[in-house]
Design a protein around this ligand. Sequence first.
Ligand code: HEC
Ligand code: HEC
Ligand code: HEC
Length: 138
Amino acid sequence: MMEALDKAGPAPDWPAIFKKLPKDDEDNIQWMAALSSKLIQPSSGISPDTPQPEVRDLDVELETSGKPTRYVTFSHEVHTTWLRCANCHPAIFKRSAGDAKITMAEIDDGKYCGVCHDKVALAPDGCKGCHKPPKKKS
Ligand code: HEC
Ligand code: HEC
Ligand code: HEC
C-alpha cells in the first residue's frame, strides 16, 4: 500500500510550505484558500488510480435552532472537494435538509459538524467561519 507514496520522491520541505499557507487572524490555516489558489494539490487517495471526488454544488440552510443570527449555510461544494458522500451520509447526516437538530453543545461534544471540525478540519475565523448572516430567501 505504501508503494505509491514512496514513488512520490523525496519529502517536500514541509516547514517552508507551512509558512506559505494562508492563515486567518487566529493563525488557523485556510485550507480552502490554499486549495483554490493551487498552493496545495492533494491526491484523492493513496492509490494513484483513485478518482477525483465528485464535487456537488448544493447549499443547505441550517436553521433548526430558530436563532437567525446563528444560522449556517452548509456548502456541499466546499466539502465534496475534500470528502466523499459516504464520509457524511448516512452515518452523520441524513440526505434531508432540516433533519439534523444541531446544537452547539453537540458540536462541541464531537457530534454533527464536530465529528471533523476542531479536529482534522477547522472553520477559519472561528465562530464567524460557520455563522454568517442568513441568506435572503427569494
Ligand atoms: C463548524 C461550524 C461551526 C462553528 C465553528 C461554530 N458553530 Fe455554532 N452552530 C453550528 C451549526 C451548524 C448550528 C446549528 C444552526 C442552526 O440550526 O441555527 C450552530 C448553532 C449555534 C447556536 C444556536 C443553537 C444553540 O446550540 O444554542 C449558537 C448560540 C452558536 N452556534 C454559537 C456559536 C459560537 C459562539 C461559536 C464560536 C465559539 C460557534 N457557534 C462556532 C456550526 C458551527
Ligand atoms: C461533510 C459532510 C457532507 C458530505 C461529504 C456530503 N453531505 Fe450531503 N448533507 C450534509 C448536511 C449537513 C446536510 C443537511 C442535513 C440536515 O439538514 O439534516 C446534507 C444534505 C444533503 C441532501 C438533502 C438536501 C435537501 O435539500 O434536502 C442531499 C440530496 C445530499 N446531502 C447529497 C449529498 C451528496 C450526493 C454528496 C456527495 C456528492 C453529499 N451530500 C456529501 C453533509 C454532507
Ligand atoms: C466528515 C468531516 C466533516 C464534517 C462532518 C463537516 N465538515 Fe466542514 N470541513 C471539512 C473539511 C475537510 C473542510 C476543509 C478543510 C478545512 O477548511 O479545514 C471543511 C471546511 C469547512 C468550512 C470552511 C470553508 C472555507 O471556505 O474555508 C466551513 C465553514 C465548514 N466546513 C462548515 C461545516 C459545517 C457547518 C458542518 C456541519 C453542518 C461541517 N462543516 C461538517 C470536514 C467536515
